[in-house]
Design a protein around this ligand. Structure first.
Ligand code: FE2
Ligand code: FE2
Length: 211
């Protein structure tokens, strides 16, 4: 049942891409710029993001584009990410300057806006997918959940994130932000301030109130 569903979603993804030159182009870019395992991840994110969009009333084609574009620059060297950030007039914070990989979402979002004129919630989803942010669109939450919970992810929490998201997207998103914070704390790595904003907004904002 599970594999039949995955097969169906793979077909849906392929059909949508055939109808979208932008999607086709993003897949080409991912193929040329990303490692094989990253490409697998991107396709996994697309499958789950499309499935979650279907379940939660989001636009499946937008979810496909956001997923296909989110990590196209993830495997670029830091110097290249900094060069592209300057090209797109981004102003990296101190943490991003120290760890340019953190810029891959912002650079990818800027690229798709310039290259394809894509803006709005697809832009926002890709732009903030690394850190999260306060008050995000449903599409952005779907992308972040799919990014953490897609089926090729190896860590134990991925399964739970994926399953929970099918019934309760908001709760699963909160768990994604929780996990990002826990990883930073456990590995004594820096925590992006936008991730803290996302957490505070989720637990105290109007978007979701836990009971
Ligand atoms: Fe990413
Ligand atoms: Fe990703």
């Amino acid at each position: 049942m599970k594999s039949a569903n995955a097969g169906f979603l793979r077909e849906v993804g392929i059909i949508m891409r055939r109808n979208s030159p932008v999607a086709e182009d993003l897949v080409k870019k991912a193929r040329s710029l990303c490692t094989a395992s990253r490409l697998e991840h991107i396709m996994g994110v697309e499958r789950l993001a499309v499935e979650l969009s279907r379940l939660h009333g989001e636009d499946e084609e937008k979810a496909s584009l956001a997923a296909l574009g989110h990590d196209i620059f993830r495997d670029l060297p830091g110097g290249e990410l900094l060069r592209l950030a300057a090209l797109y007039d981004l102003e990296p914070c101190a943490l991003e300057l120290k760890q340019p990989v953190l810029l891959h979402g912002k650079v990818a979002a800027s690229h798709i806006r310039v290259e394809y004129g894509i803006d709005g919630d697809i832009f926002e989803s890709i732009y903030w997918h690394v850190s999260g942010y306060r008050s995000l669109s449903r599409l952005a939450k779907i992308l972040m959940v799919a990014d953490m919970g897609e089926e090729t992810r190896q860590f134990t929490q991925a399964d739970e994130i994926r399953k929970l998201a099918k019934g309760d997207l908001e709760k699963s998103f909160l768990n994604v932000i929780r996990l990002k914070i826990q990883w930073s704390l456990n590995s004594e790595k820096c925590l992006l301030p936008e991730t803290v904003l996302a957490w505070n907004y989720c637990i105290g904002g109007a978007d979701y109130v836990s009971d």
